[in-house]
Design a protein around this ligand. Structure first.
Ligand SMILES: Nc1ncnc2c1ncn2[C@@H]1O[C@H](COP(=O)(O)OP(=O)(O)OP(=O)(O)O)[C@@H](O)[C@H]1O
Ligand SMILES: [Mg+2]
Length: 504
């Protein structure tokens, strides 16, 4: 029983990673799934493909590690957050493709509710503004779309859940006794949970007309969720950890205490700062969320800055512009020039999230001259990642009293050394990369391992965190300020590009 397997079901791919007692990676498997874009602003995944990839990734990782289920102490699950699935509990079949967190099809409904209640009308209950990003309006859309959806939900013939619930239910047997549960971090992203009681909020359920019968039970992040079913490769292994991917990354970075933070650079980027046992409500466009909960009734909170487009901007350079053929090539391309030559890229592909919350913004490339080439655009793309992060940290500094002295980073983009230097320069504080950069999977493994005594306590986990490399700022303050002014100008120009202004 020397290992934990962590399932990281992300936006673009599914990984299974096997960790040993030292928190080190023993083996992993990874499979990408298809992104469906059926209309502008719509993004869908096939839940069956995702479930297949989960099983294949686990099988692949176990084979590579040369272990069987008998060697596994527990399973942890972490997942792309806010993405929703509706399925038939009798057949186990999805009733629609999953609606992905980036999907803005419910903007009309959100605008309507915002006009009536104000964008921040339910922040005191949920910690979140009314926004199409969160799950509630997506659940409501599914219930509208599926014939007789609400009746089926009330009759127990339709289940709703975020991706963690879909994976857990299938892993624990699906139609044969599958467990319908979620963890408090995932539930805190639905716009349906009361942040203080950590229960579904009757007010919010009524607002979106969601029958509670369809929703999973909310549990702590470290809990005995169930055991893998007989038909599974993992049969009998307990599933004891679930966290949304960003909270998992913070947990994997050992950000257990108030004031501790991290920034994860994946498809989008997400900065979380732990605020302890009391929720802090932002005055500057950040959201309040649950960081983790190890015991029922004892949530630890965080404020979060969510940035929709960072890694996906690099994918866009690769897939749509074709100026690179792999994501990692962006570093060499951007390194060919010393600066952006005055170019600013604002990747507001579907509006801007924190701290602006402008659904009317759209992407822009500004400052182009006859001198501009691919390298300037690549470099400006990397700068946009750093500047968006700086905007969020600036907002956080105003909300939380403690001054950030360094930034712990993780996620796929931190392999990019140039980006890390640009980030340190933009912030004026050191940027620190941990030895295990798969902190998302590690965090879910930590939560799972704590529940079964694989690891004793948070102190032991703190000892496992180790630094790989740090970047210190090298730019002059004047350069930093000039870059900030240019960036701010670019961001402002991106506002109001599409008609419907639901922003503040
Ligand atoms: N060397 C690099 N430089 C810049 N960006 C990179 C580099 N390598 C990967 N990326 C970007 O990082 C992202 C992948 O990061 P990561 O693997 O953390 O994301 P992910 O976990 O798959 O995201 P999600 O969980 O949302 O699916 C991709 O969007 C890719 O474009
Ligand atoms: Mg991820």
């Amino acid at each position: 029983m020397a290992y934990i397997v962590s399932i990281d079901q992300g936006t673009t791919s599914t990984r299974a990673i096997i960790f040993d007692e030292g928190g080190q990676i023993v083996a992993s498997g990874q499979f990408e799934h298809e992104q469906h874009f059926p209309a502008p602003g719509w993004v869908e995944h096939d839940p069956v493909e995702i479930w297949t990839n989960v099983r294949e990734a686990v099988g692949f990782a176990m084979a590579k590690a040369n272990i069987t289920r008998h060697d596994l102490a527990a399973v942890g699950i972490t997942n792309q957050r806010e993405t929703v699935v509706a399925w038939d509990p009798t057949t186990g079949q999805p009733l629609h493709r999953a609606i992905v967190w980036q999907d803005t099809r419910t903007q009309g409904k959100i605008d309507e509710l915002s006009r009536e209640h104000g964008r921040d009308g339910f922040v005191s209950i949920t910690g979140l503004p009314l926004d199409a990003y969160f799950s509630a309006s997506k659940f409501a859309w599914l219930l509208d779309e599926i014939p007789n959806g609400r009746q089926l939900a009330r009759d127990g013939q339709l289940m709703l859940g975020t991706i963690d619930s879909w994976v857990l239910w299938n892993l624990t047997g699906g139609p044969e006794g599958g467990v319908h549960a979620t963890d408090v971090t995932n539930a805190s992203r639905t716009l349906l949970m009361d942040l203080r009681t950590c229960e579904w909020s009757p007010t919010m359920l009524e607002l979106f007309d969601i029958p509670i019968e369809a929703l999973p039970e909310i549990r702590p992040s470290s809990d005995a969720f169930g055991r893998a079913s007989e038909s599974s490769l993992l049969r009998g292994v307990p599933i004891t950890g679930i966290l949304g991917d960003q909270q998992a990354a913070a947990f994997g970075q050992a950000a257990f205490d108030p004031g501790q933070s991290k920034s994860t650079y994946g498809t989008g980027s997400f900065v979380l700062v732990n605020t302890g046992s009391e929720p802090v409500f932002s005055e500057h466009g950040l959201i309040t969320t649950v960081a983790y909960s190890l015991e029922a009734g004892q949530p630890i909170y965080a404020i979060e800055g969510s940035i929709a487009v960072t890694g996906s901007l690099i994918q866009w350079l690769r897939d749509s512009l074709g100026i690179i053929s792999t994501a990692s090539e962006v570093e060499a391309l951007a390194s060919q020039v010393p600066d952006t030559g005055g170019v600013v890229v604002v990747p507001a592909f579907s509006g801007l999230l924190a701290p602006h919350w402008r659904s009317d913004a759209r992407g822009a490339i500004l400052g182009i001259t006859r001198f501009t080439n691919h390298s300037h655009i690549a470099r400006a793309a990397l700068e946009s990642v750093a500047m968006q992060t700086r905007d969020v940290l600036g907002a956080m500094a105003q909300d939380v009293d403690s001054e950030l002295t360094e930034l712990k980073v993780d996620g796929g983009m931190v392999a990019n050394d140039l980006l890390m230097q640009i980030q340190a320069d933009a912030l004026g504080i050191p940027v620190v990369r941990p030895a295990v950069s798969e902190t998302t999977a590690l965090g879910a493994a930590f939560a799972a391992g704590l529940a079964v005594g694989f690891w004793e306590d948070l102190d032991q986990l703190r000892q496992l965190w180790a630094e790989d490399r740090r970047w210190v700022p090298q730019s002059a303050i004047e350069d930093r300020d000039a870059a900030q002014r240019q960036w701010d100008k670019g961001v402002e120009r991106s506002f109001g590009w599409v008609g419907d202004d639901a922003g503040r």
